[in-house]
Design a protein around this ligand. Sequence first.
Ligand SMILES: Cc1cc2nc3c(=O)[nH]c(=O)nc-3n(C[C@H](O)[C@H](O)[C@H](O)COP(=O)(O)OP(=O)(O)OC[C@H]3O[C@@H](n4cnc5c(N)ncnc54)[C@H](O)[C@@H]3O)c2cc1C
Length: 266
Amino acid sequence: MNIIVCMKQVPNTNEVRINQETGTLIRDGVPSIINPDDKNALEEALKIRDIHGGKVKVISMGPMQAKNALKEALAMGADEAYLISDRVFGGSDTWATAMILKNAIEYVAKDGGVDIVFCGRQAIDGDTAQVGPEIAEFMDLPQITYTKELKIEGDSVIVTRYTETGDYLLKAKMPVLLTAIKELNNPRYPSFTGIFDAYDKEDKVMVLSNAELDVDLTQIGVKNSPTNVYKSFVPVKEKHNEIINGINDKEKAANLVNVLADLKLI
Ligand SMILES: Cc1cc2nc3c(=O)[nH]c(=O)nc-3n(C[C@H](O)[C@H](O)[C@H](O)COP(=O)(O)OP(=O)(O)OC[C@H]3O[C@@H](n4cnc5c(N)ncnc54)[C@H](O)[C@@H]3O)c2cc1C
């Protein structure tokens, strides 16, 4: 069973502030972490590999510092790690990001193929939940999002898919793309030997640029992405209070009813 996990390094959003003038995130000095849903995807991939054999390969597109996330994944038990990094990829939107990741998955899968492409449901910084489904579309793979439980049965996956109105039990033939949610499992801590190996002097993260991936440059980057961020801002929360008066509770209740009726709320 060969599984490729897409992992994004994200700023720890509990500590991110917004620059009120530019509307951009202030990332300086903010620690980065593996996107939480991606850790659930990695944990599930490791569990499956431990039972069924095969390899877990992790890929992340980002700057050189994203190597830290990949090293943490190696320390948790991933077999191979690839950093997708090239200036020409910078500024890509979700569509272009998914196209680059598709080429990266195909490159990494050249050796051994791929049975499951695992993504997180959503990145906590970009927050779109688009990249997983877009990769599936580009690769023409069946996809199941919001994976809450997963079983392997022959050449298929049996997935409990979470929705707000109830769970679905779905079956799909591999190769398949799945997106993970936090209910799927509890990610393991890196082992002592895992940390020792992953942070060894010899760098085990392989860096791939467009020289290897050969993505069509007319489709990616800030200039060619079909969407761009016009503005980002924190909405101002306004509270309006109104005190309902009356000589006794009965009159106060009647006045409240009148106010609600005027607002067409009742
Ligand atoms: C015009 C424009 C310019 C942008 N410029 C930049 C920029 O310069 N730098 C920047 O960091 N962002 C930039 N972004 C944001 C960037 O496009 C998104 O962060 C990225 O496409 C992923 O979208 P998301 O964060 O909403 O991920 P989601 O769709 O919410 O992520 C879902 C899952 O997809 C996978 N995934 C997502 N992104 C990656 C990744 N990079 N590597 C591996 N797996 C991944 C993970 O499994 C993740 O859990 C830009 C966006 C736009 C629109």
